[in-house]
Design a protein around this ligand. Structure first.
Ligand code: ARG
Length: 283
């Protein structure tokens, strides 16, 4: 039985991608980006989705928006209680990334998505960074919401109020405590409705207790695996598309009924992102 199914994904080509500013610790290495290699890697990630039965849609890249390739962050996507697809636009912490949001909002409006605008006040510290920090629990009206480095508890609270008011989902905040794992999608990923990978030291004790209560199997990832973005893999249609899996994790993924697919994302990792960050599911 396939637990996590998706048929459409949105990606943004890396036309203007580069590492500029240090927005997260991965960006501090100063390693230069090989732009041709980045383009090939991005195409291979798209091909992996296609092979997994997912249609890849594209949004045009915009000059000067070097991180726009990370399509997971600009909006949160869901389906409301009436079955209408909606987005919640993000309030990004960094100014250059905040400028990406209107481009994505326009794309989603043109494609029939309703907008739930939280009117987040960045001046009051209300930040919310889309699916970087907001992860759906597979097949449940429930969202796990990381906060601490990029999204804030104030942002997550406004999101929670809206999701509850609209009877869309319950939301559980998860505090992040290791700045290297600055987004929830760098240290946690559900593999199925019942099992997840987690790099435990990146989460507060309370956050870990919440996850333990919700997943039958919480598989611990080593720091080495986490630093290579094992938790930034994508479970979809019976596959787990990731940039890296140690032998031990490979077995865990297989035992959970998924077929591992490895794609190289070295150039994007220099900016702090891998497979999960490079896409947003549309369904
Ligand atoms: N350089 C980008 C940033 O720091 C990387 C974003 C990666 N996206 C993600 N969902 N973790 O904002």
């Amino acid at each position: 039985m396939i637990d996590i199914e998706h048929r459409r994904v949105l990606m943004c080509p890396p036309d203007y991608f580069t590492v500029r500013d240090v927005k997260n610790p991965f960006m501090a290495s100063g390693a230069p980006v090989d732009h041709d290699l980045a383009k090939r890697q991005w195409s291979a990630v798209g091909d992996a989705f296609t092979s997994a039965g997912v249609t890849v849609e594209k949004i045009d890249a915009v000059e000067d928006l070097e991180d726009m390739v990370f399509a997971a962050n600009q909006v949160f996507v869901g389906t409301d209680s009436a079955g209408t697809r909606f987005i919640v636009p993000s309030a990004m912490r960094y100014e250059s990334r905040a400028r990406e949001v209107p481009h994505y909002v326009r794309w989603f409006k043109q494609h029939g998505f309703r907008t739930i605008d939280l009117r987040l006040d960045a001046g009051a510290g209300e930040y919310l960074e889309g699916h970087g920090d907001l992860l759906w629990h597979p097949n449940r009206p429930h969202v796990w919401a990381g906060y601490g480095f990029r999204s804030t508890l104030a942002g997550v609270r406004k999101f929670t109020e809206a999701m509850e008011r609209e009877e869309i989902a319950g939301v559980m905040p998860l505090e992040l405590v290791d700045e290297t794992f600055y987004h929830l999608d760098t240290c946690f990923v559900p593999l199925t409705s019942h099992a997840a990978l987690v790099y435990s030291p990146a989460l507060s004790a309370g956050a870990l207790a919440s996850l333990r209560g919700a997943f039958k199997r919480l598989h611990d990832v080593s720091r080495e695996d986490a630093m290579q973005f094992a938790c930034n893999g994508v479970p979809v249609n019976g596959y787990f598309i990731a940039s890296h899996l140690s032998d031990a994790l490979w077995k865990v993924v297989r035992n959970e009924g998924l077929k591992p697919v490895i794609v190289d994302t070295s150039e994007f990792e220099k900016a702090g992102g891998s497979v999960f960050c490079l896409k947003v599911f549309l369904d």
